[in-house]
Design a protein around this ligand. Structure first.
Ligand code: SAM
Length: 289
């Protein structure tokens, strides 16, 4: 169904299906007609590509994805949307709607079941209240997906695509860089949504690495170190490590010295290689008791 960006069409669907937007579910639907085609384009689709979409809404983005991809599986938590989607996506025979919380879905099994022999990408206008958990799930589960093209809140996009090291960097920045190459695709103003949210948005694309840029001895120790380092933004790394890793000041000083880092250094000044080196040294320190 076309014209899903028309507020009149949306109001008509809302009235006929007795639907009200849920703020708690992050329901701000795209009404700027140029946005969905651009997200679909940025996702790099063709007839051999399977797409996982997260959050269908009324299906405005699903429609553009279905026009270009071999198959779309869209995961939508809100069952009130199912009858609406049956109407709005009726013309597409390559769309499957799953009514589930994306955070509970076994995505590896879904991919094996739905997309055998296809390249797989993710494309979505994410529910912003769970941006980080969704991205971390997509990255950490080591799924056979090539890229993730998603709309997120503008500030989140800046953090996710920030260079490392940089002032804007945080634990999410480091995790994203470990698993992927992030890039900014476009800016989208709040007026492009209905209802309009309080914030502007950006579309970003993460191209997943086949091999991470650093190889810490233990990924667990590496991410523990990243989280510890960024645990308190204004503190020095020395203080963060003492507080989060329960190290004595002397031990934390020795760790920094062994990694070739100064006592005044902050996490935002560290590269992925620095975190990997620190994590390896910390694992050695801990194993020696
Ligand atoms: N794709 C539509 C669009 O762009 O107009 C809707 C995007 S809206 C920002 C986010 C959608 O995600 C909503 O339809 C909401 O119901 C759905 N959603 C929220 N939490 C979810 C979850 N945990 N799992 C799956 N879908 C979710």
């Amino acid at each position: 169904m076309e014209h899903l960006t028309d507020r009149g069409v949306i109001r008509d669907l809302m009235q006929r299906y007795g639907f009200q937007f849920s703020k708690a579910k992050g329901q701000n639907f795209i009404v700027n007609p140029s946005v969905c085609p651009r997200i679909a384009q940025a996702a790099g689709l063709d007839a051999h590509t399977g797409v996982i979409e997260i959050g269908a809404g009324f299906g405005v983005l699903t429609h553009e994805l279905a026009l270009r991809a071999g198959k779309v599986v869209v995961i939508e938590i809100d069952q009130r949307l199912l009858p609406v989607l049956e109407e709005t996506l009726a013309e597409h025979d390559n769309v499957t709607v799953l009514c589930q919380d994306v955070l509970q879905v076994d995505l590896a099994a879904l991919i094996a079941r739905e997309f055998a022999g296809m390249r797989v990408v993710v494309a979505a206008n994410l529910p912003y209240y769970i941006t980080s958990p969704i991205l971390m799930k997509l990255l950490e589960e080591r799924l056979p997906i090539e890229s993730i093209t998603v709309m997120v809140q503008k500030e989140a996009a800046a953090r996710i695509t920030a260079p490392l090291p940089s002032r804007q960097a945080g634990a999410l920045t480091a995790a994203v860089r470990y698993y992927s190459e992030p890039e900014m695709v476009m800016q989208v103003s709040r007026g492009s949504f209905f209802p309009a949210p309080q914030v502007d948005s950006s579309v970003i694309r993460l191209r997943l690495h086949t091999d991470p840029p650093v190889h810490p001895k233990s990924e667990r120790a590496f991410f523990h170190m990243v989280r510890a380092g960024f645990s308190t933004r204004r503190k020095t790394l020395l203080n963060c490590l003492c507080a989060s890793l329960e190290l004595e000041k002397g031990q934390a000083r020795a760790l920094l010295a062994a990694a070739g880092l100064g006592e005044q250094v902050r996490a935002e000044e560290l590269s992925l290689a620095d975190f990997a080196r620190l994590a390896d040294l910390w694992a050695d320190f801990s194993s020696k008791g």
